[in-house]
Design a protein around this ligand. Structure first.
Ligand code: PLP
Length: 447
């Protein structure tokens, strides 16, 4: 690897071969004691972070286009988030909001309830992660509806606990040897227009992705009156950063309303400003009955929230709770995060996201291994193929691109079998977006 030093503090600077000596030592110790189920795609050993820059343990600086898997919305260790965490930690670290009251739990619930789309009053349940936000939605929609079954989409990722895992249909390794997961989860194709399951083009599309639910699933297998909820990611995350057409959500809402089925929007990855709106649902005029959020909500502290119409969250005391959920320190971080999002970062995500997408949009014309580029705000996917005509997936090229970017100081992650996801912190500048686009172009040119 070439030594690369940039004098600019907002761009990468590599000062050792990768991994450096200290990183290699940590990776070796990790290999002996840490769960082998983790999937590390390159040897980054993070030591500190500031804004969009992550420094590794050997002093190499990287431009982070992963945000710790779409988590640090306000960037790494934003001073206002650090100050909010410190101030709260000095006052009260834990009390358990399920058994006692504290004010910032109410502050955050009020804030999230006011932000969620739709005019109806809302209530909020707090957990610690995305999967917990989904588990709460599973139990709540079952309780509310008295129905036991669910619909979700192929390619979706909703978490790894036994309920959310049943809804997840991303990679079969995630379910391998874990059968039986929760019963009653049924999957249909997601509106993935680049690879339409029905051979349609977006302009001819008659929203077969919704029709199939009525005409196949309900006819042959799943009684609609047994269906509690449809779980849907407004932009599919782990599945490859797939953006559906707007008409899909209108049709889905009509189908759900016809049968009294609830819609749960899993905004764990797409929410909290990432797409240039607070919730991705807002791009599609979707008013979900329930929204699950986590990841970006507290700039890196563990927090998940399930926001529902008050009428839907009608379970009684004792039905569901969590010792740590809605921890005061995480709540303080979330309130400070939301303030920054509303003040400037959602706008920045929309503005820089559009600039970045415009820079990348013509990659398929210039590089024959790029099949598709798509995205909303700072949630952008680049899909790699062996052949643009056949659209044969190229997972090995994707893995190579991911590694080549790392070797040039740019952190990106894969999504789906053959896509790269770009999900930088929302504080990213246009210059940094240009650096990332230039780096990706150079890597594609070198493949
Ligand atoms: C859309 C979506 N839902 C749920 C989850 C699960 O979140 P967690 O890993 O915090 O449990 C993820 C994680 O990637 C996700 O992207």
């Amino acid at each position: 690897m070439k030594k690369m030093e940039s004098v600019r503090s907002d761009l990468p600077s590599l000062v050792t071969p990768l991994p450096g000596p200290k990183a290699s030592a940590v990776i070796e110790r990790d290999g002996a004691v840490v769960s082998p189920s983790y999937t590390r795609c390159y040897p980054l050993v993070a030591a500190r972070g500031e804004g969009t820059i992550v420094e590794d343990i050997d002093g190499n600086r990287f431009l982070d286009f992963t945000a710790g898997i779409a988590v640090v919305a306000t960037g790494h260790s934003h001073p206002k988030i650090v100050a909010a965490i410190q101030a709260q930690a000095e006052r009260l670290i834990h009390m358990s909001g399920t058994d006692f009251y504290y004010e910032n739990l109410v502050d955050l619930a009020e804030k999230l309830a006011s932000l969620a789309p739709g005019g109806a009053p809302k209530r909020v349940y707090f957990g610690n992660s995305g999967t917990e936000a989904i588990e709460a939605a599973i139990k709540m929609t079952r309780y509310h509806s008295g129905r036991g079954q669910f619909i979700a989409f192929y390619g979706s990722f909703h978490g790894r606990t036994m309920g959310s895992l049943a809804l997840t249909a991303s990679k079969s390794i995630q379910q391998k040897e874990f059968f039986p997961v929760m019963a009653g989860a049924h999957h249909v194709p997601y509106p993935y227009c680049y690879r339409c399951a029905y051979g349609q083009t977006p302009d001819q599309c008659a929203v077969d992705c919704v029709k199939v639910i009525e005409e196949q699933l309900f006819r042959h297998k799943l009684p609609p009156e047994d269906t509690a909820a449809i779980f849907v990611e407004p932009v599919q995350g782990e599945g490859g950063y797939v953006v559906p057409p707007k008409k899909f959500f209108g049709e889905l809402r009509r189908l759900a309303d016809r049968h009294g089925i609830l819609i749960v929007a899993d905004e764990v990855q797409s929410g909290m400003g990432r797409t240039g709106r607070m919730f991705a649902s807002q791009h599609f005029d979707l008013v979900p009955d329930v929204i699950a959020v986590a990841k970006g909500i507290a700039s890196g502290l563990p927090l998940g929230a399930t926001i529902a119409r008050a009428e839907v969250m009608n379970w009684p005391p004792g039905a569901h709770a969590s010792t740590f959920g809605g921890n005061p320190v995480a709540n303080a971080a979330a309130l400070a995060t939301i303030e920054l999002l509303e003040k400037e970062l959602i706008d920045n995500a929309a503005r820089v996201g559009e600039h970045l997408l415009n820079r990348l949009r013509d990659l398929p014309r210039r590089f024959r291994m790029v099949g598709d580029v798509r995205g909303l705000g700072l949630m952008i996917g680049i899909e790699l193929v062996r052949d643009q005509e056949t659209k044969e997936r190229a997972p090995e090229l994707r893995d190579r691109l991911e590694k080549m970017c790392f070797e040039r100081g740019l952190l990106v992650l894969g999504a789906g079998p053959n896509s790269i996801r770009l999900s930088p912190p929302l504080v990213i500048t246009k210059d940094q977006a240009d650096f990332a686009a230039d780096t990706i172009e150079r890597c594609l040119g070198a493949i």
